[in-house]
Ligand binder design. Structure first.
Ligand code: NDP
Length: 271
């Protein structure tokens, strides 16, 4: 889809301060919208990322796993198309990506956001709790990135942005599975960044601290209060604050940033 033939580049105002970010390539005077695919893009942080990318001019596909009601409500409200498959299933990812590309064109920006928790102290953790979290939060990142990688290499442009977690950086009691997967996302990113650099592909991580989504609001209120007490800025983060980091990393201007982890955690942990 061409967005028009204006000769200047498009400006996107992301904050109260003027900030010019260029997201779209120009071909023969036309600005072509890039396509972005956000896993777990229908709720929480992912929904904010999908909307922020749409507002920045991308064609956006939002993947989700099973909550049809939430996905339908999200699509109705935002006009963003949703696609259902589990990132834990490699073949389903390949098929889902093929469908998105048939609908919207080649995916140039991948946001690996889908994630789950199955918290338990390690001595009580079951193999199932371990495998489900590794399957979605770490294998899911492989399953999504691997089918898209050859196309990004051929086109000499790509953005792979994975949502890790403060708990992948510092470790968290009761989350051996989650911390292992989220730390693995960072290692994956650092390795792949080196492979993608010469092909114009950047690979980065955003590591949120505690954000007020369903995942965190499911924690008992007393525990949540003790979490907030440990955050120097004195509050939970918002999904939009994470989305802004992603939109910047997706932009053409962020081409010199690769293999990096942007921590957005209210000062709770410095890595
Ligand atoms: P939510 O639980 O609010 O939303 C999770 C999203 O991921 C949903 O859209 C869900 O789909 C989707 N999803 C879950 N499993 C799969 C799967 N197997 N395949 C495809 N989609 C799946 O999570 P948050 O917004 O809180 O978290 C988003 C990401 O940010 C996660 O990776 C999380 O680990 C990370 N994070 C979150 C923090 C927080 O404080 N909230 C802090 C640090 C990191 P469906 O609606 O169908 O269930």
């Amino acid at each position: 889809m061409a967005n028009g033939g204006d000769s200047g580049r498009r400006h996107f105002r992301l904050t109260a301060h003027p900030l010019t970010i260029h997201h779209q390539p120009k071909t023969r005077g036309h600005i072509i919208s890039r396509t972005a695919l956000v896993t777990g893009g229908s709720r929480g942080i992912g929904a904010a990322i999908s909307v922020a990318l749409r507002d920045a001019g991308y064609k956006v596909a939002a993947n989700y796993a099973g909550n049809d009601e939430a996905a339908a409500a999200f699509s109705k409200e935002t006009g963003i198309k949703t696609y259902k498959w589990s990132v834990a299933d490699y073949n389903a990812c390949a098929a889902g990506i093929a469908q998105v590309e048939a609908d919207l064109g080649p995916v140039e920006v991948l946001v690996n956001n889908a994630g789950i928790t199955r918290d338990s102290m390690f001595h009580k953790m079951t193999p199932q709790q371990w495998n489900e979290v590794i399957g979605t939060n770490l294998n899911g990142v492989f399953n999504m990135t691997h089918p898209l990688w050859p196309g990004m290499r051929e086109r000499k442009f790509g953005r792979v942005i994975t949502i890790s977690s403060i708990n992948g950086q510092k470790g968290q009691m009761g989350q051996a599975n989650y911390s292992a997967a989220k730390a693995g996302d960072i290692g994956f990113t650092r390795a792949l960044a080196q492979e993608g650099a010469k092909a114009g592909i950047t690979v980065n991580v955003v590591a949120p601290g505690y954000i007020g989504t369903d995942m965190v609001m499911a924690v008992p209120e007393k525990v949540r209060e003790s979490i907030v007490a440990q955050i120097p800025v004195g509050r939970l983060g918002t999904p939009e604050e994470i989305a802004r980091c992603v939109v910047f990393l997706a932009s053409d201007e962020a081409g010199f940033i690769t293999g990096s982890t942007i921590s957005a955690n209210g000062g709770q942990y410095f890595s």
